[in-house]
Design a protein. Structure first.
Length: 407
């Protein structure tokens, strides 16, 4: 009983948060409210046209189809409208044929439904194939089956499809640009959070396999966020199909989204963070040879990760603001980064004499940190001749190759 009460309370709180978010301003919740009201309006309009204006006593198909076709994008409304109309035509024609053969409603249902349910799985119908069977049921049970009755129902479906697509296309057409910006900003912020989490654990010094497992789970969430960003980008691009020109003419398109290159940039950041946490998990495993760095090197590395996490958070704020300008350089952060690099370079040189396993781990961690920094700070020219060389590169050029020492 307590569990059921908690579940009901949790659902009520979630509904309250959604209502509050929809009232506060633009967002997913308000978009959902708009789409729901548009679907209801399309159904009501289709009923008025079919039942009142056209005086159709069986005005069922028009509002039904109109409600279903108010989809998340105008393109999907048109595509699903075509699929649904084809499914309705097939269902009505096959049902009427089965009625003509059997001259019995039950026999016609027994003959047509198995075939229609098999046809519903044809990929060309998408997820609209089931409407073949429901149309057949309506056709066979709603009155006498005749050529005029079948044509009437198909005409009603066409009317509902036109109304549903028109309402979705011309009344606040859905454009999903906000989701890309929100997901991209969230990915950058969670990357920074993960780096701060790792930095805090390294600075405390008492980290083991259970702690690194938590870091790995945080990195896995970044990969999940990358997939969400990819889905949002696909929705954004689809939502502009067939609508971008008229929307821009009416000045209704929201502020543009960051380019796809930003998705790729922070997907690489997520990959480097995952590799970093994996290296730390290997170093914390007592059954594995690589040993983690200790003392001052570990504290310096924690400071480096914290600095990179700050840069990710700054990028998250910039990407989340549709009115933010291009990225601006931060001289103070660059100076701190260079100072840490110099100190870690010296520390890596000192670790060469402590054994191959410790050098291997520190060198790998430094490579991943520098890769994240290069991606997280836009416009940073890490390949210029004047840029400070990587500490791992310097060690390698001196003849010591930490990555090839083995375990």
């Amino acid at each position: 009983m307590t569990r059921a009460t908690d579940a009901v309370r949790g659902e009520a709180q979630a509904i309250g948060r959604a209502v509050s978010a929809a009232a506060r301003g633009p967002g997913r919740e308000r978009d959902l409210v708009v789409q729901s009201l548009k679907a209801a309006a399309a159904g009501l309009l289709a009923w008025v046209v079919a039942r009142i204006w056209l005086n159709d006593p069986m005005a069922l198909m028009a509002p039904w189809v109109a409600v279903v076709l108010v989809q998340a994008t105008v393109y999907s409304s048109l595509r699903r409208g075509a699929q649904q109309f084809a499914a309705i035509c097939a269902g009505a024609l096959i049902a009427s044929g089965a009625q003509a053969v059997t001259d019995d409603t039950t026999g016609a249902l027994a003959l047509s439904l198995p075939l229609l349910m098999l046809l519903a799985n044809w990929p060309r119908f998408g997820d609209q194939g089931v409407y073949m069977a429901t149309t057949a049921i309506f056709t066979l049970t709603a009155g006498p089956v005749s050529a005029s009755a079948v044509g009437h129902r198909i005409g009603q479906a066409a009317l509902g499809a036109v109304i549903g697509v028109a309402v979705n296309a011309f009344v606040l057409p859905p454009v999903h640009l906000r989701d890309v910006r929100e997901n991209l900003s969230a990915l950058a912020r969670e990357a920074g959070d993960t780096l701060h989490l790792v930095a805090s654990g390294l600075r405390e010094g008492d980290w083991d396999a259970s702690v690194t497992s938590e870091w790995s789970h945080a990195a896995d969430r970044l990969q999940w966020r990358c997939r969400g960003l990819g889905s949002a980008r696909a929705w954004s691009e689809e939502s502009l199909r067939l609508t971008s020109a008229p929307l821009r003419a009416l000045h209704r398109v929201p502020q543009g989204v960051p380019p796809r290159s930003e998705d790729e940039r922070f997907s690489r950041v997520a990959g480097h963070v995952t590799a970093l946490t994996r290296a730390l998990a290997v170093a914390a495993d007592d059954a594995r040879t690589p040993a983690p760095p200790q003392g001052e090197a570990l504290r310096l590395y924690a400071s480096l990760l914290e600095l990179i996490g700050d840069a990710c958070h700054a990028e998250a704020d910039r990407l989340g603001d549709p009115y933010a300008g291009p990225p601006a350089g931060d001289d103070r952060r660059e100076e701190e980064m260079e100072e840490l690099r110099c100190r870690l370079q010296k520390s890596l040189q000192e670790h060469v004499g402590l054994g191959a396993s410790v050098t291997t781990v520190l060198g790998t961690l430094l490579l991943e940190a520098e890769s994240i920094w290069a991606e997280a700070v836009p416009g940073r020219d890490g390949d210029s001749e004047d840029a400070a060389p990587s500490p791992v590169t310097q060690i390698t050029s001196n003849g010591d190759k930490p990555g090839n020492t083995g375990r």
